[in-house]
Design a protein around this ligand. Structure first.
Ligand SMILES: Nc1nc2c(ncn2[C@@H]2O[C@H](COP(=O)(O)OP(=O)(O)O)[C@@H](O)[C@H]2O)c(=O)[nH]1
Ligand SMILES: [Mg+2]
Length: 195
């Protein structure tokens, strides 16, 4: 049994539903905030995600921040050394999808351009008639950037657990690969030498 801890940044334009998603996920669907309240700073929510077919868990430290604070020094600091990312856009807002590139760049800058496990999330699928971003387009972008993809409606409580399950599973997968690589090193010819 392994217990992993991962710092996961929740990024995306303002009003796409980041706080609603994080709150609902962490409160097991307990509430959906109907009124719009702009997050003033950064909220940290923690939740352990069990990994299927193992007895392992990944404890996610979710950093939910208000986008308007993005360029503040404080936020830069809070975003340091992330282990995973969740980028949210609104399927009824083309610009919020277009900006995902910028959000991903910001996150990657924190890990010196390395790949980071993560997911792209299209929210507000309940607003069927107002939808402007096609699934194919968004999924294609996510895949070409090494991200998982899912569509959700926090309002309808649809699929709201999927984003963080995807994040936890890819983080766990990465951990397993690292352990295997480490073992491969140990069984090879690598000898550590101490005087
Ligand atoms: N129709 C609809 N509205 C949503 C959904 N998720 C969030 N909202 C609304 O979108 C607005 C912004 O949500 P919020 O979580 O504050 O967005 P944030 O700025 O990204 O944290 C709020 O009025 C929410 O009630 C959804 O799935 N469907
Ligand atoms: Mg918010």
């Amino acid at each position: 049994m392994v217990k992993l801890v991962a710092k996961c940044i929740v990024a995306g334009d303002s009003a796409v539903g980041k706080s609603a998603l994080v709150q609902m996920f962490c409160n097991d669907g307990a509430h959906f905030q109907k009124n719009y309240t702009l997050t003033t700073g950064v909220e940290l929510l923690v939740k352990a995600v069990p990994i299927p077919e193992t007895s392992d868990t990944v404890e996610l430290f979710l950093f939910d921040s208000a986008s308007k604070e993005l360029f503040s020094e404080m936020l830069e600091k809070l975003w340091e050394q992330p282990n995973a990312v969740c980028i949210v856009y609104d399927v009824t807002n083309e610009q919020s999808f277009g900006n995902c590139e910028k959000w991903l760049e910001k996150v990657r800058a924190q890990v010196s351009g390395r790949q980071i496990p993560g997911v792209l999330v299209g929210n507000k699928t309940d607003l069927i008639e107002r939808r402007v971003v096609e699934q194919k387009q968004a999924q294609g972008w996510a895949e070409s950037n090494g991200l998982g993809y899912c569509e959700i409606s926090v309002k309808e409580m649809e699929n709201y657990e999927a984003p963080f399950n995807i994040v936890a599973n890819s983080f766990h997968q990465l951990y397993k690969e690292k352990v295997e690589a480490f073992h491969a090193l140990g069984s090879g010819q690598v000898v550590t030498c101490c005087r």
